[in-house]
Ligand binder design. Structure first.
Ligand code: SF4
Length: 490
């Protein structure tokens, strides 16, 4: 009897992509995707960065216990960063869990499920370092028009608030040839957009001694036939060099979009976060990017309430935000993560103080985002149509998608048979704080192979799909759902 599976994904884009690998592995082992949230095998791909991540996991496991009691042969597996951190604590707290695997041995999932069934005993297997690069594993991709491509895993930085290095290990870089082969294969399957993924993409190449490797990779993506859009996440300001900016500006399919985590505008706080850059350098990078790419949309991550943050420190953050004019900011209230140096720092701030500052920061950034989006009104933009239903106002039916600069666009398709994966051009009529609206006529509609694939339900790599199934990460062109890949807090 073919057994079914479902994957519940939490956390960053790295996890969303790892889940595509887990699905690929299970389907290669003969499992089929469940059409509902219930299945013979339920896999949790966990995050350890989000606050209360552990409470949420044990809560979900608690809900599944009676379901499992009522469904003979059902198995539960827990993977991802929280599994890497908690290990056999998970089966101690939830003995109805069958498999616990970590971030370094995703490939072991099918074998561990079989072993648990055969031995009728829980299997906990956590590797201390990467055994198999996840990108060498089969993938069952979510989207026909956009794909994640890992270029590295792990991180060599030691930001004091971040648990990622202890759970994902030191940076390991894929060979450029392997990455390009994957990008070419995706484009050959009709994928129009790839996002290069890494905890710290612009230190790519450090492992094989080529500091210019990331800029070269971007330029090489420029020569891939059929590839229309290249994005990347997350860069680190310390390693963001002029050759990368030049590659962005001189490679037509690299999108004019940059997500660059600031975390704090106070040099003293940045020092205690061990972020190894200061606000002046950060703003200098933005100036250089804007000189080379005047229409680039720049977003960021900011943590409010880091231990010892004074009102002056916070004022410095507001000042940098004022100067930086971000199109969007992921803003987080600091929360101590057990196992990080910052969790043991003195001067942990009262929640009320953090909340009040957080509200001030959000109000300022909301105003700036809105002004930035108003400035796009009247502009003609190209939109890669995504699956998301567009914003409904009264009778107006809309579809949605992303502009080249990453902005979310809701547009009225009229009577045109537009499909996710197709490309349209529209005129922006209104800029809202977090999205753009185009209710005028669609100026052009290009039917694409990605649109055909989406319509026929095929996915890159030939997998058939049951798209829209719950319990799985949102398609990649809607990053709002997933926290950025680089250890921001939430
Ligand atoms: S915040 Fe990002 S750069 Fe810093 S240690 Fe975490 S993953 Fe690495």
């Amino acid at each position: 009897m073919t057994r079914s599976y479902t994957i519940r994904t939490y956390g960053c884009q790295m996890n969303v992509h790892d889940s595509e690998r887990m699905a690929g592995l299970l389907e290669a082992a003969g499992y089929e995707r469940s059409a509902t949230d219930e299945a013979d095998v339920v896999v949790f791909n966990t995050c350890a960065v989000r606050e209360n991540a552990d409470n949420r996991l044990y809560g979900n496991l608690g809900h599944l216990r009676p379901v499992k009691d009522g469904r003979p042969g059902m198995q539960i597996a827990v993977g991802g960063c929280l599994a890497q951190k908690d290990r056999d604590t998970i089966v101690r707290k939830a003995p109805w869990v069958d498999v616990v695997f970590g971030t370094h041995n995703v490939h072991a999932l099918p074998v561990l499920l079989e072993r648990a069934r055969h031995n009728e005993a829980a299997q906990v297997e956590i590797a201390e370092s990467l055994e198999v690069f996840p990108s060498t594993l089969p993938a069952r991709r979510e989207s026909a028009y956009a794909g994640w491509v890992s270029i590295s895993v792990g991180c060599n930085n030691t930001c004091t608030f971040c648990i990622v290095p202890s759970l994902r290990g030191k940076e390991k870089d894929r060979r450029p040839g392997e990455i390009l082969a994957e990008v070419q294969a995706l484009a050959a399957d009709g994928v129009l957009e790839v996002t290069l993924l890494g905890q710290n993409v612009n230190s790519y190449g450090v492992e094989f001694g080529d500091r210019g490797a990331f800029a070269k990779l971007l330029r090489a993506c420029g020569d891939v036939d059929g590839l229309e859009r290249v994005r990347f996440t997350s860069p680190h300001p310390r390693d963001f060099t002029s050759d990368v900016i030049a590659a962005m500006a001189e490679t037509p399919n690299v999108c004019p979009q940059l997500h660059m985590p600031l975390q704090s505008g106070s040099d003293d706080v940045l020092r205690r976060m061990r972020r190894s850059y200061r606000s002046g350098r950060f703003l200098g990078i933005l100036d250089e990017v804007r000189a080379a790419l005047p229409d680039a949309a720049i977003s960021t991550d900011i943590i409010v309430g880091f231990p010892g943050e004074t009102e002056e420190d916070f004022a410095a953050t507001l000042d940098v935000v004022e100067k930086a004019r971000f199109a969007q900011a992921f803003t987080f209230q600091y929360s101590p993560r057990p196992g990080t140096p910052a969790a043991d720092l003195p001067d942990q701030l009262p929640k009320a103080v953090v909340q009040e500052r957080y509200e001030r920061l959000v109000a300022l950034q909301e105003e700036i985002s809105w002004q930035q989006n108003r400035a796009v009104e009247g502009r003609v933009v190209e939109v890669l149509v995504s699956t998301g239903e567009g914003r409904k106002d009264g009778a107006t039916r809309r579809m949605s998608g992303r502009a080249r600069d990453g902005r979310l666009v809701h547009f009225a398709p009229g009577e045109r048979p537009i499909r996710p994966g197709d490309v349209v051009e529209v005129t922006i009529g209104y800029g809202a704080p977090h999205h753009l609206v185009a209710d005028g006529p669609v100026l052009s509609h290009r039917r694409t192979r990605a649109g055909d694939a989406h319509e026929s339900g095929t996915r890159p790599g030939g997998a058939a799909t049951g798209l829209g199934l719950p319990g799985f990460g949102a398609p990649p062109t809607q990053p709002a759902a997933a926290v950025p890949a680089c250890g921001a807090q939430a």
